[in-house]
Ligand binder design. Sequence first.
Ligand code: ZN
Length: 878
Amino acid sequence: MPEVNIAGSKAAVVRRGDYQAPSYQVSEVALDVRLDPDNTEVHTRLQLHRIAPEPVAELHLDGESLELLGLQRDGQALAESAYRLTEGGLLLLNPPEAFILESRVRIHPRANTALSGLYHAGGQFLTQCEAEGFRRITYYLDRPDCLARFTVTLHAPQDSCPVLLANGNCMATGVEEGGWHWARWEDPYPKPAYLFAMVAGDLAVVRDRYRTASGREVALEIYVAERDTGACAQAMDSLKHAMRWDEEVYGREYDLNRYMIVATDSFNMGAMENKGLNIFNAKYVLASPETATDSDYQGIESVIAHEYFHNWTGNRVTLRDWFQLSLKEGLTVFRDQEFSADQNSRGVQRIGDVRRLRAAQFPEDAGPLAHPVRPDAYSEINNFYTATVYEKGAELVRMIHTLLGKVSFRKGMDLYFERHDGHAVTIEDFIAAMEDASQRDLSGFRRWYGQAGTPVVQATGSYDPARHSYTLTLHQETPATPGQPVKEAVPIPVRMALLNTQGQRVPLEVVGGASETVLLLEQSEQSWNFANLPGPVIPSLLRGFSAPVRLQDSLDNDAHGFLARHDDDPFNRWESMQDLAVKALLAAVADSSVAPLPVTLRNAVAATLADRQVDPAFCAELLTLPGEDYIGEQMSVVAVEAIHRARDGMKRAIGRHFAKEWTGLYHDLAAAYQRDGLSIGRRRLRNLALAYLIAGEGSSREGAILHARQQYIQADNMTDRLVAFQLLAQHRHHDAEDVILDFYQRWHEYPLVIDNWFAIQAAAPYPKTLRQVEHLLVHPAFDWRVPNRVRAVLGAFAANPTVFHAADGSGYTFFAEQIRRLDDINPQTAARLATPLSRWQRYDAPRQQAMVAALKILAAKPGLSRDLAEVIQRSHPE
Ligand code: ZN
């Protein structure tokens, strides 16, 4: 029978409003899989029954890149007249009310470089079924509202695949002829196909146990390559902490006797929450002090927790359709952010989360790819695993949490689980549970889910000395986004306080004397009056970044300088510091005669450096300059080179002016490696000091280079070593080449470390980097089939402002050629990497032309994937 091939087919648009309940349900699925890298055979037995009230003329089963070998209904070969193969699968004609369908298909795991469905990589068989990968394994109702019980029997050669895993419980194993063996797994929980997983390979396992609050024992198993068994401690600890946290904070226990995690180098995303069998990008599992940085450790903690939390928010309660994606992702990101805040410093965690939101989501929301947290249409759902669905989605849940308070929010979550456990539901169901449990009306809040764009909030205030009162006026407006020209006001919780001239919060009469409150801005403009104040005040607005908006606060530099020193809200203190830096940088960009280190900023830096109370991690955040992209975001046309020059100049000035302080910090903070929060913060501040010393000029710079070289050689951990490597490799120092070679030789057996080696070279801010990146792409260790490696080079390249956006357009042309090549191998990763080109409207005319030309190169590619086609089409519609 013919192979079904969708490449080149026209992409249909799927619309939220067109949702239709399935006409049939599957109650049982039994898979029998004979694993072979080139020709795997999948035998599927489905028990189907009609749920539509009337008989239907046809039932569609999804299927993609499947070679059909045989089809039976209720034990009889299916007549040719009873089915039809289509572009997207299989149509069963006039299906009976209930029947058993058996299919046999052949698939090709080794050739599956898209890493969706069943694939063979690094000697292992792995699956990835979210969002629509299961249809690349067998014919099925591949939609999240189809929940069924799965049994799977895996067969494979015993020597190459001693380990055979799937969801749920292992029921039986056995050996068979020819050195093969088999294992049968059964998952007692009905689930949608996107949560299906199987794994086979030669894997070692690290085991631990967990006792749930109610006293059940759970076996914890992390599967990795034999040589990596010593690098799983952080993942295992994080898992146990996450399990405890979900019991304590949400009252949710784990529900199977086994929790398995498999690590692979070949994965499109961070990790996947398959029921009882998570599959992880190795980056979020493996860590040892010699190979992983402090932020790698942090990433493991948060991603392990994220996937674990999905067991309730995503798996037990799942999605009705893919438009509801944020129902599980936004909620689960909110949960993992709160978990990390509880494990570490809440203030520093919040700053990092907002930094990420602003770096990825704000630009997305302001460009042609803008879409609501609950999108209205897609042609390829894989393109909607976005910062908007994840990070803005988490902010929306956070705002509900802020509005309801902890206790009501928890009641709302309890009600949500009570009502919907075992079901496939919508964002609307989540909001309704929150409303019913709290007796609050969230009708205005629903607009946040349906409206794209980042609201701009303008704040003006004045103190009236005669009346001893302060009046605050807030105004909101959301800019138009593609397809949504007119925007309505949304409810915006603005957490705030008023500080007196000593920096203390003053009691607010309107809220019974409390010194902090949440104002709810619901209309386009509202005012509040705070009476009976003891004297003049400075407002601290949007504390903790209480809403995902752009705040324009009309405070002058003196007020920000004051807040940068005195605000007791860590986020706002940091924000004021950023604000001072951004204003100074924008002034320097506009007029190169302006001093790069104005006195207010200099004083704020001096005060921060002199403040012995401040936690070193927070201190490092305060002293880190905003990135070039963020500065560019504040301009109508991004001035690529001028921003780079201004920021470099400011780094140099801060380095030079505070050379004594930086040198002191660098020496005082030296310590043997430890992994507690304080040590991590001290390491971070010390490495920031080193970076400033190297950025500065003169004798302290020469000394700092010696320190960096020493640190590179002597470091007892990867955090210190990598910072030193980056500083030496990127600062055009004469022995940069030697250091680059040396690093490779030391670490070439550790792919995650070598990813950093590639990325740091691709991120070097010099014109010659383009040539360097060309070399990297033909380096023996470069592999187009491994997404981490491709992202290390092309992702870092596209995030390198002066090189990617080189004025002659060379960066864009080069980039488009690489994406074109990648699209044939891995469309999902190609489409994701291509998104920086969508921001062409932010640049000057010559760059716009060159970026559009690059998009056109891509659009003209023969066999363009649906993934990339959609990104290009939305980036430049015409
Ligand atoms: Zn997730």
